[in-house]
Design a protein around this ligand. Structure first.
Ligand code: ATP
Length: 408
């Protein structure tokens, strides 16, 4: 864990929040490479669960909601953890909205799901989706954790990726099974070691009363086996509670047969896959962190999947003080960057050092422009070397083939 935290800080993935003021417990800042990694993880999730499917749509609701919503959902009375003295402490952050006497106490959302339920009717009225369908949201959540710890695992400000998948009541088991598999498919796609993910059936006594089934997906973090994401069948608890509290019926109207005019009106049930962005990133970092020996030297590298790697390829001139090499390398760099934005330029130090630096941030390919590229050996003109991060092996390839190789 110490090695991961130190690499993350040193190479610009994740810094302690407000570090020059001594940090602030439970808050972390994502640096230049961290924000790329995080965006890649979120984009992959969005692509997989929203854009590539016909039965899903997205939402981006406000973080601060009408406090009545958190009363209805049970969070105001029950979102609490025990303190050392046994007293319960509500971990929702409260804030004050409006000026002076008119101020209302509101909350920073402790989970993104609430925004989905309160927009159920809006989405149904504007898109008329057919059941089963889901609404997905990625965004910040806040919990005043009593004991934030284990780096970004338990933070006070974090991000979630959540789905409420609405089904006819009798369909919940097949939807649950489908999402159980989807959770594994996503973990695999981001490069979380599949042998390190374990399903834990949450026992009746530990489940919320409205849930007939909940699975926690646990990962072997360096500090132990802990929850990475969750999957819960929530029945109609949330839509029912918000219907009652708001007096707006959150029902679904289903035609019983063509032209009969008869309708079945009911509250859909919901299956909820809930992912943590930061815990996913920690699991990705822990899965990717590798120490090995290459050419007789020990090295550290991040074995990221290309899809999440913050930098897809780095371009170097063999020597920085040869203007012809630099000019040609700049040309290759600009050509690639137009198509693939996550490309880096590096001309610092010798080639070996540059390779190590890129290995350490998980860059899958390093491209070097040398004298043969310029035509020193005429048959090699306009070719470059491309080095594989994991094997350290180099190949000579035409410049024209680079874009496709990296994109693939
Ligand atoms: P835990 O038992 O570890 O506190 P939880 O069961 O309260 O987690 P959920 O309410 O199910 O968590 O939240 C869904 C997901 O949000 C979790 O699986 C996790 O990935 C993420 N998450 C929850 N709390 C935190 C936190 N304090 N810091 C980072 N991620 C979190």
């Amino acid at each position: 864990m110490d090695k991961i935290i130190s690499l993350a800080k040193r190479r610009g993935f994740i810094y302690p929040g407000s570090e020059i003021y001594g940090g602030f417990s439970g808050f972390w800042d994502y640096g230049p490479l961290g924000v790329e990694l995080k965006n890649n993880v979120k984009q992959l999730w969005w692509r997989m669960f929203v854009q590539d499917r016909d039965d899903m749509c997205g939402l981006d609701a406000a973080i601060v909601m009408n406090p009545e919503a958190w009363k209805a959902s049970g969070h105001v009375s029950g979102f609490a953890d025990p303190l050392e003295n046994g007293k319960m402490f509500n971990t929702m952050f409260s804030t004050s909205v409006g000026a002076a006497a008119e101020a209302t106490t509101a909350y920073l959302r402790p989970e993104t799901a609430g925004g989905i339920f309160v927009n159920f009717k809006n989405v149904v009225d504007s898109l008329h989706p057919k059941l089963p369908f889901g609404i997905a949201q990625i965004g910040k959540a806040f919990r005043n954790e009593i004991a934030p710890r284990d780096f970004i695992f338990r933070a006070r400000e974090f991000e979630q990726m959540e789905i409420e998948y609405f089904v006819r009541p009798q369909e919940w088991e097949s939807a649950f099974e489908e999402w159980r598999q989807n959770v594994h498919a996503f973990n695999e796609a981001v490069g979380i070691a599949s042998g390190s993910v374990h399903e834990v059936e949450v026992a009746d006594s530990d489940r919320a009363h409205y849930s007939k089934r909940t699975i926690d997906f646990e990962f072997d973090f360096p500090f132990g086996r802990k929850e990475l994401s969750g999957l819960a069948y929530r029945g109609d608890f949330d839509l029912q509670a918000h219907s009652e509290a708001s007096s707006v019926p959150l029902t679904y109207h289903e035609e019983l047969g063509a032209n009969t005019g008869s309708k079945n009106i009911f509250i859909p049930h919901v299956v909820e896959p809930s992912f943590g962005v930061d815990r996913t990133i920690l699991a990705v970092l822990a899965s990717a962190y590798t120490e090995d020996e290459l050419g007789g030297e020990s090295r550290v590298y991040l074995k990221f999947n290309s899809a999440v790697a913050p930098i897809k390829a780095a371009v170097f001139p063999l020597l920085k003080n040869k203007p012809e090499l630099v000019a040609k390398a700049r040309e290759v760099y600009a050509m690639l960057k137009k198509q693939i934005p996550q490309i880096m330029w590096d001309d610092n130090g010798n080639i070996g050092k540059r390779y190590r630096r890129q290995d350490e941030i998980g860059t899958p390919h390093c491209i070097t422009v040398d004298f043969d590229t310029l035509g020193e050996k005429p048959e090699l003109k306009d070719t470059v070397t491309i080095r594989n991060r994991d094997t350290g092996k180099q190949e000579r390839v035409p410049i024209g083939s680079l874009r496709e190789r990296i994109a693939n």
